[in-house]
Design a protein around this ligand. Structure first.
Ligand code: FES
Length: 128
């Protein structure tokens, strides 16, 4: 329920110039949480719409990383998809049933460990 509410708040529904056709909902999992995005979303856009801003943690200082360039150039959005590390969430389309985990450091093949929840709210933390 909370995810649905956040998705509504984070998406642009009405715009004076652009139109947004209806799209089919897609269910997926992020860090064990069941969420939904829309057909045509990238992983990052679906997570952003669900209110999730932290996608990975930096290798050296474990600082939270999020959506940054959104064109596949900065590596700030690396996630594990089906256990495969270093998948760029901003340029990878969401698929039904996708299992996604945030990435810590350089990542490793296999099942990624769940990341402990941040002390501060993800919505208020600024990725750096
Ligand atoms: S946000 Fe820069 S590569 Fe994805």
């Amino acid at each position: 329920m909370a995810g649905k509410k956040q998705m509504t708040l984070a998406r642009i529904r009405r715009h004076p110039v652009l139109s947004f056709p209806d799209r089919r909902a897609i269910r997926f999992k992020f860090a064990g949480r069941s969420l939904s995005g829309l057909e045509g979303d990238t992983i990052a856009s679906a997570l952003h719409a669900a209110g999730i801003r932290i996608l990975s943690h930096s290798p050296r200082y474990q600082r939270p990383r999020g959506f940054f360039c959104a064109i596949g150039r900065c590596s700030s959005c690396f996630v594990h998809v089906y256990g495969v590390p270093n998948v760029r969430a901003c340029v990878t389309y969401l698929e039904p049933g996708m299992e996604i985990m945030p990435q810590r450091g350089r990542g490793a093949f296999g099942r990624a460990k769940a990341v402990r929840p941040a002390k501060r709210s993800e919505k208020t933390r600024r990725p750096d």
